[in-house]
Design a protein around this ligand. Structure first.
Ligand code: IFL
Length: 463
């Protein structure tokens, strides 16, 4: 099942143990006590959790400057988003009392029978994934039942399309759907959560539903092997010409490879390799010597936009995972340069000028995500150092009275803060840093499998 991944990871890790002089020279960095760094990440997470508990308990997101809260899914009704996103991170960090308090809240207070609309994609990656990871961490069957209840409500969005492509929004109680004009990420980021749910419940249909939607889009690839990022769930046709590895498409590609690693699905592996080859052939471009992946016309390969978002940094890790490590390192270097230039990687960058296109940032996790995925392959200390730099910049700029916040203006000196901590912060970057620095015995790093939201879907070590 996951044999291919295990073999490859183990082999690369063994090679790293007998590192070449080149690798050793490149890794020459000031010595860092990684246990101390891990303890610092854990202490910061615990401190931010206390802020959430005191100011936003059960709410979706804390606004950590003002100590208020924001609903994420629907106005006036919260689903404990940050709490659910935090659960497996708390468990991995050994914050067991906090984890149990969160689980108790879910069991007593989280009810999905709500007459309100949610975004199907976000609900899956954040809540279904968060509940599944928490279940896998502690084994509590109520968490699995909640994940299944929620996923079943989301399935109505798939049923509404003759092609099994989920509409973007669904009413949790009535199943009414809205907005069929969707994109690759929102039709193709289900197979890992649904596949794990299917395994745990014995119902394979979840996996099949998720794979069908992905296959539909893959069957419509152009002669170049590219897909457009936008698709209509009613007609089943692409409704833009824009091929992208960036927002609106990103996690579709992650989930092809993840389905291979988690479930041994050969189709998904082949698709992942074919898509990567097409992207490297037709989207990879150099601007001033740096590697970028601008949006191109999916049929001609003509560059359509020179904007790249920070979110695209995940692709450095994915390239390495699918066997293109040199290109992954190359692309990581692009974002490393952005980090060195701006301190905080801009949310959106004009790749022709390397200037930020936006001054606010979303407290984003994609750069340490890539560092972790690269590090898992060969344990090169360099990735730890790069992630540490990212962590320190975040701590210096985003730490507020009651937690960590997105930034308003990265060009101001000092940078000015916004007032919102996105839910993914609880699931993503703090977990990436901790996994990189801690060597925690609670995780089997050889089998570790993370979702796009960094929910752990395999690799917990329960003693
Ligand atoms: O929700 C997060 C997740 O990583 C994703 N897209 C963007 C978010 C973080 O930037 O798939």
């Amino acid at each position: 099942m996951s044999f291919a991944r295990l073999t490859r990871r183990s082999a690369l890790a063994a090679m790293a143990a007998s590192a070449s002089p080149v690798t050793r020279a490149r890794a020459a960095q000031p010595p860092v006590d990684w246990k101390v760094q891990a303890a610092d990440v854990r202490a910061e997470f615990q401190w931010a959790w206390q802020g959430y508990v005191s100011k936003a308990w059960g709410k979706d997101e804390i606004n950590p400057v003002s100590g208020t809260a924001t609903s994420f899914f629907m106005k006036g009704h919260d689903l404990g988003l940050s709490l659910v996103e935090a659960l497996d991170t708390l468990w991995i960090m050994g914050l067991d009392a906090e984890f149990q308090a969160g689980v108790d809240w879910v069991k007593q207070s989280l009810d999905f029978d709500v007459d309100g609309e949610v975004q199907v994609f976000e609900t899956n990656i954040r809540l279904v994934g968060g509940l599944l990871a928490a279940h896998l961490a502690c084994g509590d069957p109520v968490l699995l039942a909640k994940a299944k209840d929620l996923a079943d409500r989301l399935l109505k969005a798939f049923d509404a399309s003759p092609y099994g492509l989920p509409w973007r929004y669904v009413n949790l109680r009535t199943g009414a759907v809205r907005d069929p004009e969707t994109n690759l990420a929102e039709i193709g980021t289900y197979i890992t959560e649904f596949g794990v749910l299917g395994r745990l419940t014995g119902e394979k249909r979840y996996f099949d539903i998720a794979k069908r939607a992905m296959k539909h889009a893959l069957d419509r690839r152009s002669k170049l092997g590219l897909m457009a990022a936008n698709i209509d769930a009613r007609t089943g046709e692409f409704n833009s010409r824009r091929a992208s590895i960036d927002v609106y498409a990103d996690s579709f590609y992650e989930y092809l490879w993840d389905a291979w690693e988690l479930f041994g699905d050969e189709d998904c592996k082949r698709w992942a390799l074919e898509c990567t080859a097409a992207q490297l052939a037709h989207q990879a471009k150099r601007y001033d010597g740096r590697l970028w992946f601008p949006m191109v016309d999916f049929e001609t390969g003509a560059v359509l936009s020179t904007t790249q978002s920070e979110l695209a940094a995940y692709y450095a890790g994915l390239l390495a995972q699918v066997g293109r490590k040199a290109e992954g390192d190359d692309y990581l270097a692009t974002f490393t340069e952005m980090q060195a230039t701006y301190g905080v990687i801009p949310e959106s960058i004009d790749i022709a000028t390397r200037q930020p296109r936006r001054l606010h940032t979303g407290l984003r996790p994609e750069y340490p995500d890539a560092c972790l995925n690269l590090w898992l392959l060969d344990r090169d200390e360099r990735y730890r150092h790069l992630a540490l730099r990212h962590y320190r910049e975040m701590k210096a700029t985003s730490r507020a009275a009651y937690g960590y916040t997105a930034l308003k203006d990265i060009s101001a000196k000092p940078m000015t803060q916004g007032d919102n901590c996105p839910g993914y912060w609880w699931s993503e970057q703090m977990k990436y840093y901790y996994l990189l620095f801690s060597d925690t015995p609670r995780i089997d790093y050889a089998t570790l499998q993370l979702s796009t939201e960094a929910n752990v879907l395999r690799g917990f070590r329960r003693s």
